[in-house]
Write a protein that binds this ligand. Structure first.
Ligand SMILES: *Cc1c(COP(=O)(O)O)cnc(C)c1O
Length: 388
């Protein structure tokens, strides 16, 4: 069986260092806010080229903390992609704000800037003839407030265009870089492309913890203070026992930070391996009719969280690969506007036609930095034979 993601191979490579650092935390007794947390935050901020990194308990909490620091809540419209993991939309609704979905580009599967502008105009003018709005929501008192572009599968969204639109309409920009830590846009790393960015260290992400984890990034000193406050129950009122606002318990454990540090040493090497393997897949798949390999825009480098392909014969391909002991995954069979939990918005499937279409034709092939020689050939032979 070929592994879809091989976390064991990575652990073997850094096992001694991970255990050494974990044991040091166990012996120190500093299980909360130990020095390893600051050490990791500094390394992550340096890597991303951003002034501040605030680590936290998950990617979901990272998104939530950013929105809470901005005071997002009832009466606010937050624009995002429907072609993403559930959490991106969930955090908007959890805070009582309204998610406004904007369909994706059919090539990158990232939010389409031209459609974003239409959706903003639709909200501002309360006119769903300009762009499909959630029919069950009373738009009259809704204020357009923020955009959460997602770097789906590790490919950065189109930030020059998106930031220009956000500036024009005075909207906050929060990058959901949960799948793209280490990716680049015009030579700049993800998490440095918008005023605030969030990433996830779920174990299968480009850099993972040994459990849940996440981080928020910003150059803004004031936002950093707010993030620190929100991370621990809104602390920082008039004295130590006064809470200035409502917050969360969203800290990252010291032991997680300590165990992630050895991963920072191998991250560039792992990203290079992912890029090499992605290029190999694309070389082998391009000549095959009936399957579309992913396209990374020339000004971007992907972090290759997933290698996702499109095919009208998806079910047949997944069955054939499964039979050959090659696992596949489906990201995402149900776009957010069609999720049961977002049924209250009242969207129809056809409101986001590209996401709806992709969700039926997309699936992901095994991708990780420790793939063995010959694996790509084996996988692509099964695909070619099935489609022949
Ligand atoms: C994984 C993921 C999240 C949530 O991260 P968790 O660490 O699992 O909470 C959010 N957005 C996207 C796009 C993701 O892939």
């Amino acid at each position: 069986m070929i592994p879809f993601i091989d976390l064991n191979a990575q652990f073997k490579r850094i096992e001694d260092k991970v255990i050494e650092r974990a044991v040091a935390v166990l012996r120190s007794g500093r299980y909360i806010n130990g020095p390893e947390l600051t050490e990791l935050e500094e390394r992550l901020a340096d890597f991303a080229g951003v002034k501040h990194c605030v680590c936290c308990s998950s990617g979901t909490d990272a998104l939530l903390m950013a929105l809470m620091a901005w005071g997002i809540g009832p009466g606010h419209a937050v624009f995002t992609s429907p072609f993403t993991f559930f959490a991106t939309g969930e955090v908007i609704s959890l805070l009582g704000a309204t998610p406004i979905f904007v369909d994706v580009d059919p090539v990158t599967f990232n939010i389409d800037p031209a459609q974003l502008e239409k959706a903003i105009e639709a909200v501002k003018n309360n006119d769903s003839s300009l762009y499909p709005l959630p029919p069950n929501i009373d738009m009259t008192s809704l204020v357009a407030k923020a955009v959460i572009p997602v770097d789906i599968f590790g490919i950065p969204a189109e930030y020059d265009a998106l930031n220009a639109i956000a500036a024009k309409y005075d909207l906050l920009m929060l990058e959901d870089a949960a799948q793209s830590f280490g990716a680049e846009y015009n030579g700049k790393k993800t998490c440095s492309l918008t005023e605030v960015a969030a990433t996830s260290f779920y174990p299968s992400k480009p850099i993972g913890a040994y459990g849940d984890g996440g981080a928020v990034f910003t150059d803004d000193d004031h936002i950093k203070k707010l993030l620190h406050s929100v991370r621990v129950h809104g602390q920082g009122g008039v004295d130590k026992y006064d809470n200035a606002r409502l917050g969360l318990n969203a800290r990252m454990d010291t032991i997680q930070a300590a165990m992630m540090l050895p991963k920072m040493d191998i991250l560039d090497d792992e990203l290079a391996a992912r890029r090499k393997f992605a290029a190999k897949y694309t070389e082998l798949l391009t000549p095959i009719d009936g399957i579309t390999p992913p396209t990374v825009p020339a000004h971007c480098k992907s972090a290759w969280a997933q290698y996702s392909v499109l095919s009208d014969r998806k079910a047949e391909l997944q069955a054939a690969l499964g039979k050959a002991e090659i696992p596949t995954a489906e990201f995402y069979p149900t776009p957010l506007h069609m999720q049961t939990a977002f049924g209250y918005l009242g969207y129809a499937p056809e409101d986001m036609p590209v996401s709806f279409d992709c969700s039926k034709r997309i699936f992901s092939l095994p991708m990780h930095p420790y793939m063995q020689e010959g694996t790509h050939e084996r996988i692509c032979e099964v695909i070619a034979a099935t489609l022949a």
